[in-house]
Design a protein around this ligand. Sequence first.
Ligand code: DX5
Ligand code: ZN
Length: 219
Amino acid sequence: MPPPPLIAPSLLSADFARLGAEVEAIDRAGADWLHLDVMDGHFVPNLTFGPDIIRAIRPLSRKCFDTHLMIAPVDPYLEAFAKAGADRLTVHAEATPHLDRTLQAIANLGKAAGVALNPATPESAIAYVLDRIDLVLVMSVNPGFGGQAFIPAMVEKIRRLRAMLGARPVHIEVDGGITPETAPLVLAAGADALVAGSAIFRAPPYEQAIAALRHAAPA
Ligand code: DX5
Ligand code: ZN
């Protein structure tokens, strides 16, 4: 049996008025990573939070801060997110004209580097940077909002990415529309980490919602 998937609750669906308490609750409920969605109202049609909020919640959890940067440009802000306490910086392949340079900059900051792919972006976009990353984030919705429907064509993209990665120890994390129904499809295709906003924060108790995803058996 493959190891259970890593579960990364997306704070985008948390109650922002009680953000600190939500971070502590989701940590206690068994989250593996905390997924932090940073949006700029330019690369994606929504705005969320920046480094100051991440710095404020950093003392509340020792879990990996899995930081999903939906911002363009991204290079000028990497250092601020690194200093704020992000553990992994995931940038969009579509958001930087010099992806290889951006990934080197993240490594130079001492952080793990991830690359996110929008639904319409083919896996070939990262063919030449596979040795610079520890994670591929497959967007299974168009980024910007929680609560959207999973795009089934992403299952084949995950399968192709897993084959491309070969023996490299690179995570494939899937983000958007993940539920106990869609999780088995992406896990069977080769994903090993699941982001979930609505399926956790809108389905309390959190501990049970996380367990339901973790134990979603591949079809
Ligand atoms: C979307 C974000 C996701 C989002 C997922 O742009 O990157 O992390 O919060 O939310 P659900 O799980 O509700 O689709
Ligand atoms: Zn995300």
